[in-house]
Ligand binder design. Structure first.
Ligand code: NAP
Length: 336
């Protein structure tokens, strides 16, 4: 019996991580190879370049080597990856999974638009970026009035990785509870999205269909799984093309004391192998690196539209960023 209980307790701790962005990150601006016309007339639009950023001498000194490396790597990537036609709205882009999604989009030269409660966090995390490659809008998903249509202009894809702690914590301050974030916030966001978006990826959680059963009921004491399921259901009923990714307990990150170069180089260590399931049967842990990559990969897999997948990662070789391997994994999950 004891082992049955151990699983949710581990899971609980992970939901209760605290974020500390005390050590800012730096990134050399990535050169652009083509241009994009995006309206920036909305008052809440904050060009990434314009967001005031921390410029500590110590940081500048210790990160120079990393920046040089990133610059050469980015330049290499930019040669092979022209600026994509996608414009991906990332909601929760400063969070653990979200920061890896954004870093990976930057690396791939995919345009992103971040919707954040605190735009300064974007500069802290991602440094100064060209406004054509990354844009930052201020907004709180709990407030429908923040979700002005101009935020969604030109957006082709959406990745929503918002969340809060499962149990009362400082992150619930000002009523930022699971009910408000995972249910009302997701509902507001989905309601505000234009029907033209090609895919909405929502990061949810394993166990959402079993929130009344042990061990999940422990995790759900304050309703996090129930509210995540309500958010999922709302997206499913919205008529928008969606994919829901339900990770197990998250590992790796959030990265709070590294620069973006380190973020880009982060690996899931020994646990690179990926398990994907359907039907909320999968249990285990999932590297945030793997989850972020899965969110990006599904955008290009038509057959994942309208589907829900659980994901975890285990020891072994993984798909990395290989699209063919990811396709095999997602297809494999469907045939089980
Ligand atoms: N931790 C786990 O073990 C676990 C397991 C399964 C599933 N999940 C789920 O997986 C997802 C990603 O988890 P994570 O740990 O990587 O995320 P996280 O670090 O908790 O980040 C959550 C993000 O949501 C943003 N956010 C919170 N409230 C918001 C609001 N009202 N309006 C706009 N943005 C808001 C946060 O921004 P601020 O800086 O403004 O707060 C932050 O960027 C979450 O949905 C989480 O619940 C987690």
């Amino acid at each position: 019996m004891a082992s049955t209980i151990l699983l949710p307790l581990t899971h609980i701790q992970s939901f209760s991580h605290s974020q500390n962005f005390a050590k800012p990150l730096l990134l050399q601006r990535i050169p652009l190879s083509s241009s994009l016309s995006i309206s920036n007339s909305h008052s809440k639009y904050v060009p990434a370049k314009a967001v005031s950023s921390y410029r500590g001498g110590t940081q500048a000194a210790i990160k120079q080597e990393s920046i040089d490396t990133l610059t050469s790597e980015s330049a290499k990537d930019n040669q092979t990856n022209p600026l994509s036609s996608k414009l991906v709205l990332v909601v929760g882009g400063t969070g653990g999974v979200g920061q890896l999604v954004v870093a990976s989009l930057l690396r791939r030269n995919v345009k992103s638009r971040l919707l954040l409660r605190d735009p300064e966090k974007a500069t802290t995390l991602f440094g100064e970026q060209d406004g054509e490659l990354m844009q930052v809008y201020k907004g709180d998903t709990r407030r429908p009035e923040d979700l002005d249509p101009s935020i969604f202009e030109g957006v082709t894809h959406v990745i929503c990785c918002t969340g809060t702690t499962a149990f009362p914590s400082k992150r619930w301050d000002a009523d930022n509870t699971p009910e408000k974030v995972d249910w009302e916030g997701v509902r507001n966001l989905v309601s505000a999205l234009p029907s033209s978006v090609k895919r909405v990826v929502l990061v949810s959680s394993i166990g959402v269909t079993k929130s009344n059963e042990l061990p999940w009921s422990i995790m759900n004491l304050f309703g996090v799984l129930k509210y995540k399921k309500m958010g999922e259901d709302f997206l499913q009923r919205s008529g928008l093309p969606f994919t829901i990714i339900r990770p197990g307990r998250l590992t790796d990150g959030p990265y709070t004391s590294y620069d973006l170069n380190t973020l880009l180089k982060a690996t899931a260590g020994q646990r690179r192998a990926v398990l994907i399931g359907q039907g909320d049967k999968l249990v285990g842990e999932a590297s945030r690196i793997v989850v972020a990559e899965a969110c990006i990969q599904v955008l290009d897999m038509e057959f994942t539209e309208g589907k829900i997948y659980e994901i975890s990662s285990v020891e072994g070789e993984g798909p990395g960023t290989d699209a063919a391997k990811w396709e095999e994994l997602f297809k494999g999950a469907q045939s089980q």
